[in-house]
Design a protein. Structure first.
Lengths: 205, 352
């Protein structure tokens, strides 16, 4: 019988999957609006605007839940990169993804109750959740109430730099999402991490 | 024959002199950009004859402006036009709005004829009464197309011949798209013309009540509630940019005069919100022409005054973003494929 360890509280799992649905909606509608062309719309423009606005506001709400929930539950500590043996852990992790995984080795740092994330996850998640997400949300809010934007910046409408920031931050999240979904299959079995994200239990081996 | 036409024919010899004087300036062969940059401004580039003409026009107009102060608006005629008798310091009275307008270099009496030439504007027995010429007297080349378009507009269906050019266009202050340097000022001017009737339930009867029974106007915000940020749209685009059908632009006309109601108005956002934006051919027809994209930024002329999602975007950045997404996708797919291949090989070796 495989060893099981409970890792993820129900609030984190609900938050995670709500986030997933919202970010996928925002990605599809965002791409549709940005690359808008008559007759070639992924989602009709008017509908895309409404969906993007509503999903965006919902994401602001789930982000607030994430920040407050992390503080209250102490889960924020999971995201903090720990300096002790940091580079060694990064090196082992990189070696696993570039070599060990192909040879059928087990992941060097499986999640434990006290340490959910690998060093690589900690640093990437921290950047995405505490730098990129606020950027995309704040610029999105300015987008929704465009009078908040400066009138002019460097000879163009002040909304343009806001839009570029929103685009770049959104792009970073999309790139993260692709890698995140794939790395989700890199547990000891392809389904290990996915099952953990649903049940909250991690099965070793 | 209408009264204005009769006056026009009778006054042709008189008008010819004034027209020759004032139109000399109006028809100056200057580069379009220079005309736009400094309408009726410094006269350094003018010849001596042209400068003399301008002085004559200014002196002539100052006579009218002794009483007609402020910038005229046909709808408000009689209210704002009369007031202060003179500057009091001997300087010639001028009207800034008129000077900046398309007609700013013309004599008032080029268009306002007959008894308008003298004060009081009461014609002696047998003399020409005060009358203003039809716009078509000068703008003859574009009139046939405009009249055909107006005949099919909602305005003509409702108001017929009582709708004239000056119902919407105030010739004393109007600045055309070709002359405008600030798109937002052009938008404000053109939308003000529409909103002078459509802006509120109180405004419409001011014109409509004189022609047909006044109709209650729906609230303009309420009927455009589907539009995201309607206030931002109205500051950045003209009513006519959606409420007219697209037409093939000519040198003189870019936008149709066939104003259409909501059923025929453009509602597909992607008409403007795309790289090949309709705004290039309408509102930004003159400002956009000849402007290359700046470091990948498409529709740079539009971006200077308005960010338009889908239109004012940087295609270099877009290409970089698509490449980044493809690189990550290929990376994970390649990694996954290699994992699969290696797992199969391990499986075979395991069984062997």
């Amino acid at each position: 019988m495989r060893e099981r360890v409970f890792i993820l509280h129900i609030w984190i799992r609900i938050w995670h999957w709500t986030n997933a649905v919202l970010i996928l909606t925002l990605t599809v509608t965002g791409i549709s609006l940005h690359f808008s062309a008559p007759g070639l719309m992924l989602v009709p423009f008017e509908l895309a605007v409404q969906l993007h606005d509503r999903a965006g506001l919902a994401l602001v709400a789930t982000y607030a839940v994430f920040v407050v929930g992390n503080i209250v539950s102490g889960n924020w500590w999971q995201y903090m990169p720990k300096p002790e043996g940091f580079w060694l852990r990064i090196r082992n992790q990189a070696r696993y993804h570039l070599w060990g995984i192909f040879r059928g080795e087990d992941p060097p740092y499986p999640p434990t109750a006290t340490n959910n994330f690998t060093a690589m996850q900690q640093i990437v998640y921290w950047i995405v959740m505490y730098l990129v997400m606020p950027t995309v949300l704040i610029t999105g809010i300015i987008y929704m109430w465009p009078d908040l934007a400066p009138q002019q910046v460097l000879g163009v409408d002040g909304l343009l730099p806001i839009a570029v920031l929103h685009f770049l931050a959104g792009l970073a999240i999309v790139l993260f999402m692709i890698a995140h979904i794939y790395l989700g299959t890199c547990g000891s079995r392809v389904s290990t991490h996915l099952r953990m994200m649903i049940t909250g239990w991690h099965e070793h081996g | 024959m209408s009264r204005a036409n009769a006056v026009a024919i009778a006054l042709r010899p008189v008008r010819a002199v004034a027209a020759a004087l004032s139109l000399t300036l109006a028809a100056l062969p200057a580069p379009a950009q220079a005309q736009r940059a400094a309408p009726a401004a410094g006269d350094g580039a003018l010849s001596e004859l042209e400068r003399a003409t301008r002085r004559m026009v200014t002196t002539e107009n100052a006579r009218c402006l002794t009483c007609h102060v402020g910038d005229s608006a046909h709808a408000q005629q009689g209210g704002l036009l009369f007031g202060v008798p003179s500057n009091g310091d001997g300087t010639l009275r001028q009207s800034p709005g008129f000077l900046a307008s398309n007609h700013g270099s013309m004599a008032c009496t080029t268009c306002n004829v007959g008894a308008f030439r003298d004060y009081p504007h009461v014609a002696a027995r047998g003399a020409m009464p005060a009358a203003s010429l039809d716009c078509a007297e000068c703008h003859a080349t574009r009139t046939p197309r405009i009249e055909a378009e107006i005949a099919r507009s909602v305005h003509a269906r409702r108001y017929g011949d009582s709708l004239t050019c000056t119902t919407c266009h105030d010739p004393h202050v109007m600045v055309s798209g070709a002359r405008a340097t600030d798109p937002r000022a052009l938008v404000a001017q053109d939308n003000a013309a529409c909103l002078s009737c459509h802006g509120s339930a109180a405004a419409a009867p001011r014109f409509a009540g004189q022609v047909v029974p006044a109709v209650a106007r729906p609230d303009i915000d309420a009927i455009h509630a589907w539009l995201p940020n309607p206030g931002r749209h109205w500051a950045a685009v003209r009513c006519i940019d959606c409420h007219t059908p697209m037409v093939a632009p000519t040198a003189l006309l870019g936008v149709s005069h066939r104003i259409v109601g909501k059923d025929e108005a453009r509602r597909d956002c992607a008409t403007c919100h795309t790289v090949d934006s309709a705004l290039r051919a309408t509102l930004y027809r003159h400002l956009h022409s000849g402007e290359a994209s700046a470091r990948g930024l498409q529709n740079a002329a539009i971006a200077r005054s308005s960010y338009v999602i889908g239109a004012t975007r940087n295609t270099t950045l877009d290409a970089g973003a698509i490449l980044a997404v493809l690189a990550v996708l290929l990376g994970v797919l390649g990694h996954g494929f290699l994992r699969w291949v290696m797992a199969r090989r391990r499986g075979r070796h395991g069984h062997a």
